[in-house]
Design a protein around this ligand. Structure first.
Ligand SMILES: [Zn+2]
Length: 307
């Protein structure tokens, strides 16, 4: 099991990173100093995304001795909910370029690179029922992940693709997700050899907000090859804290059942990557970035050893 910390590739321009880059010219130094085994780069891809923006990520990560994994967000027309297995499709074209780029990252670091994707989501419009749209998104997810599996195999890319459990926000009832439950994520990779990414913070929130099961079925657990871990503040801890969302917190709040999550993973034979998805602002609210993040790393290691 390897422990990683996430970092937004867009840190220079994103408000979430303002405080962190005020303290570190290069936030990768902060990530390295926490002693983690790898860095997971999140990247927001829009229709005009340029590969050049991301080309040096692997070189920079390697210069700090940090292997990398990637977690691109595909927005708007690039979203998997818009995927079609056709040459003119923007989502497929982007994934094609991104797979090649990820394969290059893998070459650069002399080790396979994991690629974590959110299944599709789309806003409900009046012309369609929620059920119809959900069915459509699920079909597109399956087409997308089957295409991804085929393309990785056909090109011999050293890339591991995972489909992640995403967060459904109660204040956005119009959003229809194809990855908000264990069943949907499992269905998204059906018929492929691809694994799933269990975001235990998201599924904890789904249990709180929507009454979904807190723990995954065995079929899901067996497919988990990558994990996203973070704690969540309860409503009282969240009130007036100044953060925009209650999730992506350091492991200090004891709300997400981390010990039980890790026990289930260990029991299922999991030995992959666990990425701590901590929001820099949430970390800095509790003290020095490196100290607080290090404490979460130590807590995770201790819980894993005890699991
Ligand atoms: Zn996540």
């Amino acid at each position: 099991m390897r422990i990683g910390l996430h970092l937004g590739a867009h840190y220079r321009t994103h408000q979430d990173y303002e405080q962190l880059i005020a303290l570190f010219d290069d936030p990768l130094v902060a990530v390295r100093d926490t002693g983690v085994d790898f860095v997971e780069w999140t990247m927001i891809l829009s229709p005009d995304w340029q590969e050049a923006e991301y080309r040096d990520l692997a070189k920079r990560s390697m210069s700090y001795g940090l292997p990398m994994t990637v977690h691109p967000y595909l927005n708007g027309p690039l979203n998997l909910a818009r995927f079609e297995d056709a040459a003119h499709n923007a989502s497929r074209a982007t994934l094609q370029r991104f797979l090649r780029l990820t394969a290059r990252f893998a070459e650069e670091q002399h080790a396979p690179c994991s690629l974590v994707l959110h299944p599709g989501q789309r806003a409900l419009r009046k012309t369609q029922s929620r059920k119809e749209l959900h069915t459509e998104i699920m079909a597109r997810n399956q087409t997308a992940f089957r295409w991804l599996a085929r393309t990785v195999r056909a090109n011999g890319y050293p890339v591991r693709v995972f489909s992640e459990t995403v967060q459904r926000k109660p204040d956005r009832p119009q959003a229809v997700h194809g990855g908000g439950t264990f069943e949907d994520v499992l269905a998204s990779v059906a018929g492929t050899e691809l694994g799933v990414c269990w975001d235990t913070g998201h599924t904890y929130l789904a249990s709180q907000d929507f009454g979904e099961p807190l723990f995954p079925p065995d079929a899901f657990l067996k497919r988990v090859g990558h994990v996203h871990l973070h704690d969540v503040r309860n409503p009282e801890q969240f009130r007036n804290c100044g953060l925009l969302t209650p999730d992506h917190q350091p492991l200090v709040w004891d709300n997400v059942p981390l010990a039980e999550n890790l026990r289930l993973l260990k029991q299922a034979g999991f030995d992959g990557d666990i990425n701590l998805e901590l929001k820099p602002n949430a970390v800095l609210l509790l003290g020095d970035f490196v100290t607080v993040a290090r404490e979460s790393v130590a807590r995770l290691q201790q819980l894993w050893d005890a699991a």
